[in-house]
Structures are given as C-alpha cells and as structure tokens.
Design a protein around this ligand. Structure first.
Ligand code: MG
Length: 263
C-alpha cells in the first residue's frame, strides 16, 4: 500500500494512493478516516491524484537520524574509521517539508549539502525493540533528505543548528508499506545530474539494528521518522537547483532550492 497525505479543495487528509505506479496521471487518492495506522478505514471519498497536492506523508513527533552509516560516505567526509555503534542525532519536526516545497538556504550558511536517505516510518508506540521484531513496529518507508549546513556542522562541533533549519528535512512523496528495504537503489540527482548512486545493502547498521538502537534510548511514536544515513556523493545545493532523490520501490522525492533573503 502507498500511504500519503494530501491537500485537496476539501481539506487535508491521509490517503491511500492507488493505481499504476508508473503512470501517476491514472492514480487516485482514497481518503482514510482519521489516521493510517493499523487497518485503515476509508471514508468513500477519492480524488484523482493529479487534482491534489501531496504533503509530507506523515506527522512526526521526532526525526532521528543515523550519521556515518555508509563506509564510502564516512571516507569522503575525511574520517578514517567507521563507527562500531550507530551514531544518532535529531532534527526538529519543524524541519519537515513535503515534495516540491522549496528547501530554503539560510543567508548565513554555506555550503549546504543534500543527503539522500531511506527513511523508516514508525507504526506504533514502541520501546526496546529487538532487531528481529523491528518490522512489527514499522508502518513503512519513505524518502528523506538530511539537508546539512556543512560550515555550521564543523563550527559548532555538534549538529543541531546545521541540520535543524526549517525546510532541512524534505520527506515523501508517500509511504510504501510493503517494501523490503535491505537492498534497494538510492540515487540523488541535482538538476538531472546523478550525484549519489548506491544501494541500501551497503549500510553499516541496517534498519533492524537502527530500530533496536534508537528504541533502546527513546520511546518511538507512530509517525516518527528514522533517517538511515546517506551514501557517498554528497555535495552542495545552490539557489535555483532541483534535488531529486529516488529510492527503488518508493519513487522520487523532488524539491527546488531557494536562497533565503535573496532579492
Ligand atoms: Mg545524513
């Protein structure tokens, strides 16, 4: 199932997106009553997907990210050793934006990098989840962009400011509930040019290990997002660019880039 959240002339709603995945002009958005967790109830209303606007597919209480989770990215960032245990940090939920919403580069941050990532969407409240039970607590998967102000990341010595700006967490376009995330392509294009092209099988800590690690620290709630790290090939985004991240089986998340305060 593909779960999304839309703005239609009738308001904002969670939906199931149905129809061919290769021809979105034929797809419809079927309204889900209340929320998409558990077995969804449908209201009976639906719209052609082309007539609605896709929003960030979920409302998250928090976004927990894994850093340094692909060896080739660790190397390109100048680190000689990969971490034995997952390195985690958080982005505020106010950084989340949906597909096609502009990433706003702060006037005082340069360079700002894209980071294409597989994102896990938590499906129910959980704590101390063993890796073997991770799937029971996952609603599905979507695409995330861990936008990062590299100058602030270096200067501050920790990452809250660098990773926490409004618009620095694009997610979408929807959640796929039946994806096997163990070995899918992850590809990022800037203005149509491929910058990252890797596979999730190259993660150092896989989805099960990440859910176990994070849920040992904090209770996870329905809708919470876990960004699983970025592969090699990160680089700067500039005013006027278009970032497109494609993950096999999930589709493509596209966002334009604007420089804030530019006249
Ligand atoms: Mg990242």
């Amino acid at each position: 199932m593909r779960l999304g959240r839309i703005a239609s002339p009738d308001g904002v709603a969670f939906v199931s997106i149905e129809g061919p995945t290769d021809d979105l002009t034929q797809a419809v958005a079927r309204e889900i009553a209340e929320h998409p967790f558990g077995t969804p109830n449908f209201t009976g209303r639906q719209w052609p997907l082309a007539d609605v606007r896709l929003l960030a597919p979920i409302l998250a209480s928090k976004v927990v990210c894994v850093g340094k989770n692909y060896a080739a990215h660790v190397a390109e960032m100048g680190h000689s050793e990969t971490p034995d245990e997952p390195v985690i940090f958080m982005k505020p939920n106010t950084a989340i934006i949906g597909p096609n919403v502009p990433i706003q580069l702060p006037a005082d941050a340069d360079p700002v990098h894209f980071e294409g990532e597989l994102a896990v969407v938590i499906g129910r409240p959980c704590k101390d989840v063993p890796a073997s039970r991770a799937a029971d607590n996952i609603l599905g998967y979507t695409i995330g962009n861990d936008v990062s102000a590299r100058d602030q990341q270096k200067k501050d010595g920790q990452w809250t400011r660098a990773k926490g700006h409004d618009t620095f967490c694009p997610v979408g376009p929807w959640i796929v509930t039946d994806l096997d995330p163990s070995d899918v392509e992850i590809r990022t294009e800037i203005n149509g040019q491929i910058k990252q092209d890797s596979r999730t099988s190259l993660m150092i800590h896989d989805v099960g290990a990440i859910v176990e690690w994070v849920s040992h620290v904090m209770t996870l709630l329905p809708g919470d997002l876990l960004l699983t790290g970025t592969p090699e090939g990160v680089g700067p985004i500039e005013d006027g660019d278009t970032v497109s991240i494609t993950v096999g089986g999930l589709g493509t998340l596209t966002n334009p880039v604007v420089r804030k305060g530019k006249s």
